[in-house]
Design a protein around this ligand. Sequence first.
Ligand SMILES: [Mg+2]
Length: 174
Amino acid sequence: MVEILYVFDFDGTLINTGKGDEKQKNIYRVKTGKEWQWESWWDREESLDVNIFDHTQIVDVVSVYNNVINNPNILTVMLTGRKTFLSEHVEVVLKKNDLTYFDRYMYNYGGDTLTNKKDQIFNLVNEIDTIRKIVMYDDRDAHISEFNIFGGELIKLGFIDEFNIYHVKDGKIR
Ligand SMILES: [Mg+2]
């Protein structure tokens, strides 16, 4: 019976995908001979191209994943702000890093990342009412306190009994 939900963010939490900054645009330039011509970074499949970028595991978080992935009482979910149309590209990066055993792979199907993630988590605990505890890993500073408020609301409403979020910063769990 599933009693615990583990939610792992993708960029900067499970995988070092970089910051979409000049350093990465320079790698793109060197590898392809072309300029990064788009305004967006995160909405481009090129940002996930394994032939251009070396996307590496965040070892500490992957070790948590490895500890929970075979536990039948735990539902393990990858939940990212990357849009649904990038799912294949995200999954190529996950596959390359041996992260292929998630129970669910969830993408942003609309709206801002925070709201969409909260909606999807709410839908999960609503769908699987045996879930009593949520554990999250995320790297986005500004989202940590927001998720804590959200978790508190879920407890108050009786959906769950316990909520924990771990902040991943510079490849380390805080
Ligand atoms: Mg992230």
